[in-house]
Design a protein around this ligand. Structure first.
Ligand SMILES: *Cc1c(COP(=O)(O)O)cnc(C)c1O
Length: 366
């Protein structure tokens, strides 16, 4: 039990379930199965349960401990390890996960050995590198060889399919071209192994763009989505899609006002660097009304651009580890010490807020 009430992160679990339901329904119209990705919310087990209730066919994370938590919380659907397993965690991957994402033969060998010794068949999804330059086999012959090896040489593994991830490092979009390239890779593998692959895994939340445009190539049949059910922000912010069919307020950050004063907007004295060694720019706007909040970068991460005030006119002008400074000169309502202000969050701040022991997480289900 926490000794303080704020900062608080409210999570509307019912909204998360409803978002998952809507995405599952939309995807099913195109024959696509949905995996719910929980890493953005640091694998809070109730979030996994809500995605399961909302119709996700499986749950995925980049962190094994979050998948173990999901299992312990009673999640029944398959669990997927989304980051290439470390060889050192092969035993736990096989023990706790049904499927893992892979791009290295050495890792596949380790998983195979573990699966055989645990008497299990572990499923693998092979990742193709299509230009985003994070994980994936680069040369076409390499993924083909790996697929054949899994299919014919590794008794402990089952080849579930192939997948791609874009938009994480190289900022690439899931264009029709890229998805068709993935299908080509899949079909070459299918001819080589003489059967259909279970999954051609087209991507993450941003692939939902292809459903909204109704131009998703036919053979894509699996998506792995976290950002869309949790936040529903990216496709609207970066691509201009109307995402109002989803709740954009699954998460609300609440912080308490600890000081309200009129102060100059330009620091006085000898200016060098701030608490983080940076040299920020200060604009002299004269004396302004400001509020100080009991929340800071230790809670929501390194940028004040990761939280968005609900109250109109509130402007975040700076922050240190444990304080956030607001300009409230232009705010109509009277903000007082002890008031609690609400904020929307984004992916960056979600990761910090859900994993910080400074933040009280309140799970709400209406
Ligand atoms: C994080 C991740 C996802 C989910 O991405 P979202 O943008 O949260 O939908 C899907 N696939 C892989 C491989 C990932 O690492």
């Amino acid at each position: 039990m926490s000794v303080h009430s704020y900062p608080k992160l409210e999570i509307r679990l019912d909204y998360l379930r409803e978002n998952t339901e809507k995405i599952v329904k939309l995807a099913s119209e195109f024959g696509i199965e949905i995996t719910g990705v929980i890493k953005g919310a640091t694998g809070i087990p109730e979030c996994s349960l809500m995605m399961e209730e909302g119709g996700a066919a499986s749950i995925a994370s980049s962190r094994i401990e979050q998948l173990i938590d999901a299992k312990n919380a009673g999640v029944k659907i398959p669990l997927i390890m989304l980051r290439i397993p470390m060889i050192s965690e092969a035993e736990d991957i096989v023990r706790y996960c049904d499927i893992s994402v892979n791009s290295e033969i050495e890792v596949l060998k380790a998983l195979n050995k573990e699966a055989i010794s645990q008497g299990k068949i572990h499923k693998v999804l092979l990742m193709a590198e299509l230009g985003d330059l994070r994980e994936g086999f680069w040369e076409r012959y390499e993924i083909q060889e790996a697929a054949l090896m899994v299919e014919e040489g590794f008794d402990g593994l089952y080849l579930q399919g192939v997948g791609v991830n874009l938009g994480c490092y190289g900022s690439l979009d899931y264009t029709v071209d890229k998805l068709e390239e993935l299908i080509q890779i899949a079909e070459d593998i299918e001819s080589a192994i003489g059967r259909k692959l279970d999954w051609i895994s087209g991507g993450s939340s941003r692939t939902i763009e292809r459903l909204l445009e109704k131009d998703i190539p036919k053979r894509i049949n699996h998506f792995r989505v976290g950002e869309a059910p949790l936040l529903a922000r990216d496709l609207e912010t970066y691509h201009g899609y109307d995402m109002s069919f989803l709740h954009k307020d699954v998460f609300t950050l609440k912080a308490e006002v600890i000081e309200v004063k009129n102060k100059p907007s330009y620091p006085f004295g000898t200016i060098s660097v701030d608490a983080f060694g940076n040299k920020p720019h200060y604009e002299d706007r004269g004396v302004r009304k400001r509020a100080l909040l009991g929340v800071g970068k230790a809670d929501y991460g390194s940028s004040i651009e990761n939280i968005f005030p609900h109250v109109e006119g509130v402007k975040i002008i700076g922050a240190s580890s444990d304080h956030t400074i607001l300009d409230i000169e232009d705010v109509a309502e009277d903000i007082k010490v002890g008031d609690v202000l609400s904020f929307n969050i984004n992916y960056g701040s979600m990761i910090f807020l859900t994993s910080s022991r400074n933040v009280v997480v309140e799970l709400i289900k209406k």
